[in-house]
Every structure is written in C-alpha cells, then in structure tokens.
Design a protein around this ligand. Structure first.
Ligand SMILES: Nc1ncnc2c1ncn2[C@@H]1O[C@H](COP(=O)(O)OP(=O)(O)OP(=O)(O)O)[C@@H](O)[C@H]1O
Length: 304
C-alpha cells in the first residue's frame, strides 16, 4: 500500500497552486525497511522551487533514503511523494522516466567514466533525450557536443574537455558531474554528499558553483552534507534528520552552527519543528514545511 486513506488530498485547483510553489512535496512519508528499521518516519516537507535545502544528520538518519524517494528509486510504505506536479507512485514507466529526466543527480563519488574524456562524460548527460548508446565522442550530434562544451565552460573547465576524466582532481571531477547533470536541463538537482570526498577549499568551490547555478536557473537543490557551517552558508534552509524523522527545519538566516549542530547531540526527543511551524505560520509566504496536502493548501490559500 502506498497511499494512506487518512491523508486528505487537496482539490485539483489548490494542488496546482501548491505545485507552482513546491517542486517537491513529501506528505506523511514513511519507509519501513523491515526488521524494525524506519528509513523515513512520517516525513512532511515541501521544497520550494528555486530553493536550496540541505539535509543534515548522522550516518543512517535517512538522508539518502529521502533523496531516493524524490527520484523514484524508493517508493514509500505509506504517504505520498509528489515531484514537479506528479505523484511518483502513480506514474507509468515512461512517465516516471520523463520526470526523472527533470531531476539531475550528483554523487559523492562523481560517477564519471574515468577513461573517457571529460567532454564525452558531459555528452552522456544528454543520453536520456537521445536514442541508443553513443560509444565515441563523434557519435554524439554536433549540437550536443557544442552544448556540452558550453556546460563545461559554465563550470570553468572548457580547457579540460579532451582530457581523460580520471586525470582531474576531485573538485574538477565533481564540476564535470555537474556539467553532465546540466545537460538534462534539470528542474530539481539532488546532491548526495557532493563534497564529502573533497578538501575544504574544493568543497567550498563546488558549493559556490551549485549556489550560482541554482540562482541562475531557478533550480531546486536538495543536498545532503556533513559540514554544518558549509550547509548554513550554502542553503536557504536546513532540515535535520534523526532515525528517519525531521527533528529540525529552519531557514538558515539567523541560524547558528551551534544550533544546527544540536541535531547530532545525543538528547533524544528534541524537535524544533514545532517552533519552525509556528514561525512559518506567522509568515505564510515563507512557509517551508507542508504538514499535509490539506494544510499546505490552506496556507497557499492564505497567501492569495
Ligand atoms: N535498501 C535498504 N534496505 C534496508 N535498510 C535500508 C536500506 N536503505 C537504507 N536502509 C536503512 O535506513 C536507514 C537510513 O539510511 P540512509 O542511507 O538513508 O542514511 P543516511 O543518512 O543517508 O546515511 P549516510 O550519511 O551514511 O549516507 C539506515 O538505518 C539504513 O541502514
């Protein structure tokens, strides 16, 4: 079962309004992996279009599980995941593929093909929109190669186009991975610990680049990070997870590293989302957490 009958669904018109504000919505999402492990435990989040959100939490707190629900690699045991106006678990294969094309993903390990050139790796990002595999660079249409060069220029690596990908530094490889993701023209970018393998300087460079791209392209970015200060500098909003539950949901403005770090403390039962909810309620336009579709609908209604 993937839908709880107790979740009130908003009307079509209100849902459309919610979709115009939130690219990604999780509505009472629970993922039960069995054996008493809840990967996600009643998670309610709405991610605003164009916003940058960072997931913080100890290893095993559910960050990857949350990201995997957003690109449809996991389906919830109960609750609803809605991405770019589509209920992920209601889609046919071809529809899911179409939504996934709008979702770029970057990983801690970059996932480049090392022996291939930088440019070929970037071209591969366009494969979703081309038929059949391309084995060599010349098999990509000229327009794709030109666009890939433009993307490389955008991430500052045009001069490395014909170099083997595995000869680049980690920071450069992540830039190539970003350029590859941009070939999809994504509306949402998921980044699973994108700088965990990088030195602090390269990490900040990659984060700055993501921030710039998000602003320029109105790209919704959802990233997991382990560095609290970097997260605060990067994101508009920090979401803290612990054992699959959202225990902190705050805008970064005015949030100190010390406050954000509390999610790592051993104090159980801490939940600052009530406070966040109150604040969001007071400034409806700034609402970040949609407790349910119906509540989000009410809030959206109140902004008009
Ligand atoms: N496919 C799976 N089958 C069973 N349990 C899983 C599966 N995927 C994740 N889990 C469990 O769900 C919980 C959340 O894992 P998840 O990988 O989302 O954590 P994380 O916060 O991303 O950790 P890390 O920072 O180490 O990447 C963990 O207890 C993990 O063991």
């Amino acid at each position: 079962m993937t839908h709880s009958h107790t979740i009130p669904h908003p009307t079509t018109e209100l849902q459309r309004e919610i979709d115009s504000i939130y690219s990604v919505q999780l509505d009472h999402v629970t993922k039960d992996f069995g054996g008493g492990v809840l990967g996600l435990d009643d998670v309610n989040l709405g991610f605003r279009t164009g916003g940058i959100s960072v997931l913080l939490g100890l290893s095993g707190s559910g960050k990857s599980t949350l990201l995997r629900h957003i690109n449809g690699l996991h389906t919830p045991t109960s609750g609803r995941v809605r991405v770019l106006g589509q209920d992920m678990d209601r889609l046919r294969r071809s529809e899911l593929k179409a939504v996934r094309r709008d979702i770029g993903v970057i990983f801690q390990s970059f996932n480049l093909v090392g022996p291939m050139s930088v440019l070929e790796n970037v071209c591969a990002g366009a494969l979703g929109s081309l038929r059949g595999p391309r084995i060599t660079l010349m098999m990509y249409p000229k327009a794709i190669r030109r666009e890939a060069l433009e993307k490389l220029d955008r991430v500052g690596l045009a001069d490395r186009a014909y170099q083997r990908a595995d000869t680049l530094s980690g920071g450069q490889q992540q830039r190539v991975a970003i350029a590859r993701a941009l070939m999809q023209h994504p509306k949402v970018l998921l980044a699973d610990e994108p700088v965990a393998s990088l030195d602090p300087v390269s990490a900040r460079d990659v984060i700055d680049l993501l921030r710039q791209i998000s602003a320029e392209d109105d790209l919704t970015v959802i990233a997991s990070l382990h560095q609290v200060q970097l997260a605060i500098d990067f994101a508009d909003r920090i979401i803290g997870l612990r054992t699959g539950r959202v225990v902190l949901d705050r805008k970064t403005a005015g949030l100190s590293a010390e406050e954000a770090s509390q999610i790592y403390s051993s104090v159980s039962g801490m939940d600052t989302t009530a406070e966040a909810g109150e604040r969001a309620g007071a400034t409806t336009a700034g609402t970040q957490t949609a407790k349910s579709g119906a509540e989000a609908a009410a809030r959206v209604g109140a902004t008009r």
